[in-house]
Design a protein around this ligand. Structure first.
Ligand SMILES: NC(=O)c1ccc[n+]([C@@H]2O[C@H](COP(=O)([O-])OP(=O)(O)OC[C@H]3O[C@@H](n4cnc5c(N)ncnc54)[C@H](O)[C@@H]3O)[C@@H](O)[C@H]2O)c1
Length: 285
């Protein structure tokens, strides 16, 4: 399949990443079908898209007309069958292998055999996800960064069976969304999370062990290393549950140097998941 044969893009999961991916695909001119399991999640996804488009208009990065046109290209649904006509689907559901394999197996039954199926997984094996379908040469990782409308990078992840044509299409599609790509082999955490997750966990441990207050850990890392956000602020932004899921996969696959911080587990158990729940390492309105 070539890029110009992609008209309709499916997005499975309307959460933090799914709604961002739906927004950038629609802004680039694709028709988008965004699916979640319950209507309230679809509606929350649309609210996030509306807020994000409004911010882009306020910053003169989009005109009101462009934003409205993009919004009009996105259909929301809870019905899997509505993804039947999608040429490319990006899965952005919970970071759990069983959930992802079941989504892929449903997609393989619903979508055209030619359709390309991408996963936005942070750390899970593309090859194992693809083993749930009969077209593993058409499966790849398209790992968007958060927040999707702002972050330029997309990591293209190559599974054991990913075909050359699928890979080329993955790069071309991401570039058409005005992103820049790099390629990573299907190894735990790929490039970004393999390096980022231990950095975040060490920031959490440093706070828990009294090295400095939250804000000073973050100030130290932003002012000291020129990153835009320190580890605690970034963890809140990603979602502490997402950080924990990713850290647990890396720990399981790569050993003890990836052990999740104790305080991360405690905050997730308490339901303080960061920005999305209003509290994490910081409080949010
Ligand atoms: N949050 C980040 O910073 C980030 C960055 C890059 C990649 N990722 C990855 O993206 C994926 C999604 O993460 P997120 O932060 O958007 O999570 P999220 O919790 O914000 O959203 C996940 C959504 O998937 C929905 N869902 C669950 N099962 C589903 C199913 N079977 N069908 C349809 N929808 C379903 C949930 O209802 C929820 O709305 C994960 O694999 C995560 O590791 C996250």
């Amino acid at each position: 399949m070539e890029l110009d044969e992609i008209d309709t893009v499916g997005v499975v999961g309307a959460g933090t990443m799914g709604n961002g991916i739906a927004q950038v695909a629609a802004t680039a001119g694709y028709d988008v079908v965004m699916r979640d399991v319950e209507q309230r999640f679809v509606s929350a996804g649309f609210e996030a898209i509306d807020d994000s488009l409004d911010r882009l208009v306020a910053r003169d990065e989009l005109t009101r007309e462009e934003a409205d046109r993009a919004r009009g290209r996105i259909d929301g649904t809870t019905d899997l069958d509505d993804l039947a006509d999608c040429d490319l689907v990006v899965e952005a559901v919970t970071e759990d292998m069983d959930v992802k394999q079941s989504v892929f197996s449903d997609l393989a039954e619903t979508c055209d055999p030619e359709a390309v199926l991408a996963t936005n997984t942070s750390t899970l094996s593309i090859t194992t996800i693809a083993s749930a379908v009969d077209r593993s040469e058409r499966v790849l990782g398209l790992h968007f960064m958060n927040p999707v409308p702002v972050m330029k990078g997309v990591e293209v992840v190559v599974g054991e069976k990913t075909g050359e044509e699928t890979l080329a299409l993955g790069h071309a599609f991401a570039e058409d969304l005005e992103k820049e790509t790099w390629e990573a082999d299907d190894k735990p955490g790929f490039v970004v999370n393999r390096i980022l997750m231990p950095w975040i966990n060490e920031g959490i441990r440093a706070y828990d062990e009294g090295v400095a207050e939250e804000a000073d850990i973050d100030r130290g890392m932003t002012l000291g290393t020129n990153v835009p956000m320190g580890p605690l602020e970034l963890a809140d932004h990603i979602g502490l549950d997402v950080v924990l899921d990713a850290s647990e996969t890396l720990h399981e696959e790569l050993g003890d140097r990836y052990q999740p911080a104790y305080l991360l587990k405690r905050k997730v158990a308490a339901g303080d998941l960061g920005k999305k729940t209003g509290a994490g390492f910081y409080e949010y309105d």
